[in-house]
Design a protein around this ligand. Structure first.
Ligand code: KE4
Length: 428
């Protein structure tokens, strides 16, 4: 057990001032039990907590730290930008440069609007699609998370073709009934939904790969079906690349799967850990946004100069190195080792991976959708999580989250992770 006195004292204090002691629920460790640790600093693939424990990080602040923490080029850019002021509320050159760079990397983006979070990007893309089509209904998939905007905090209706119910207190039923939640990878369900509601559907939104219920992948042809159904029915196809954008390659999931979404949402890596979201796509749709068009969207800190500098530095570093080849090699090494560790321990673990994103489901599998994922043994995962943390390795604190490898992880780090996992799995 790692020494935790200072973290525990900070958490006790935080509980007096911040709901649940955290500023985002998953950080509270409620899915695995125990108290979260507090980070004092981070460098490369390593965190140092306030008790001085060095911890190998496979969460990477939920995706942004693809280059590891405190990357020298990013830090230098942010420091230099900060010396010139932290926010202007009027255009700055970095907004144009980063917009141009994203368009070079993601050809489906004709125009882009920066905002401050993935939630804001997805919320705005939905509003834009509704404004562009004049329709109200949207389709999302169970297990997929697109931030906490009201229209997206919706769980499936009783029948596959009935519109949703609120998935959070405070979301009016009237909002939820405009959202149809379908099973992911279910071609029949989505085909039937468009057959029944096609001309009412403003947009379909789906993650680049579903990575907010662990990590499961689209069956071959599923995303092509979604694209075709949207095109045939005049619905906007929104690919939520907040997590997969610039993670699965320069062009994200749409490059990997050969997709051309009408709109894409971005976040995380595009700000290198500073608060940035973005949405972009077809110019005829994007030009419906104020001040050109009737769809309002705004933000005091949108295009913030520090955040633009951080994002540009991250994309520069990704472009100037063989980052994606390195991430694929490390991902393969981790996948092979963890799969063998579970097999030799006799523990059913379904290890799923795409590039540097992974999830080990404690179930025999396969895992193609939320229903499959929910078969996982969460109690056993929680014991595994804490066993690994006690060994100085931080995995995502929930069975239903993805893990991330960075270019700062080394083959030796991966070997040490596999070795620790072998011991912990045998103790479960
Ligand atoms: P943010 O508002 O948290 O920046 O982005 C929301 C969002 C949108 N779309 C996708 C595909 C996402 O993964 C996210 C946020 N991801 C979670 C991780 N599961 C953020 C962690 C948290 O909520 O604290």
């Amino acid at each position: 057990m790692l020494p935790r006195e200072k973290s525990d004292a900070l958490f006790a204090a935080a509980l007096n001032h911040i709901p649940g002691g955290v500023n985002s629920p998953v950080r509270a460790f409620r899915a695995v039990g125990g108290n979260p640790f507090f980070v004092a600093s981070a460098k490369g693939a390593w965190l140092t907590d306030v008790d001085g424990n060095r911890i190998l990080d496979y969460v990477g602040t939920w995706g942004p730290a693809i280059l590891g923490h405190a990357h020298p080029g990013i830090i230098a850019s942010v420091k230099s930008a900060a010396d010139r002021g932290t926010s202007f509320g009027i255009p700055n050159p970095g907004e144009v440069t980063l917009a141009q760079r994203v368009k070079e990397w993601v050809p489906s983006v004709g125009k882009i609007r920066f905002c401050n979070s993935g939630t804001e990007a997805c919320m705005s893309a939905i509003r834009l699609a509704r404004g562009f089509t004049g329709r109200d209904q949207i389709i999302k998939f169970d297990g997929c998370y697109h931030g906490h905007a009201d229209s997206l905090l919706v769980r499936a209706g009783s029948g596959a073709l009935t519109f949703g119910h609120p998935d959070s207190a405070g979301v009016p039923a009237d909002f939820a009934r405009h959202t149809l939640v379908l099973p992911f990878n279910d071609a029949d369900a989505v085909t039937a939904a468009f057959a029944t509601h096609g001309r009412e559907i403003a947009a379909l939104i789906v993650e680049g790969v579903p990575a907010n219920a662990g990590l499961y992948l689209p069956r071959p042809g599923f995303y092509e079906l979604l694209t075709r159904l949207c095109r045939e029915n005049g619905a906007v196809f929104i690919l939520d690349e907040v997590m997969t954008g610039f993670r699965l390659g320069k062009g994200g999931a749409q490059e990997r799967y050969g997709l051309t979404p009408d709109l894409s949402c971005f976040g995380k890596i595009i700000g290198a850990g500073l608060p940035v979201g973005a949405f972009g796509g077809r110019t005829d749709i994007m030009d419906q946004l104020a001040p050109l068009g009737p769809v309002y969207q705004a933000g005091t800190l949108s295009g913030n100069p520090l955040a633009m500098a951080a994002g540009l530095a991250a994309l520069d570093a990704l472009e100037s190195t063989d980052a994606y080849a390195t991430l694929e090699t490390l991902g393969l090494q981790l996948e092979a080792g963890m799969t063998e560790a579970a097999r030799s321990a006799g523990i059913p673990v379904t290890w799923q991976r795409i590039g540097s994103m992974f999830c080990g489901y404690f179930t025999p599998g396969p895992v193609w959708n939320l229903a499959d994922a929910l078969k996982s043994d969460r109690a056993r995962f929680a014991r595994f999580f804490h066993g690994m943390l006690d060994a100085g390795i931080y995995l995502a604190p929930s069975q239903f989250e993805a893990g991330f490898i960075s270019t700062a992880h080394s083959p030796a780090d991966i070997d040490a992770t596999i070795s620790a996992a072998s011991k912990v799995l045998r103790s479960l």
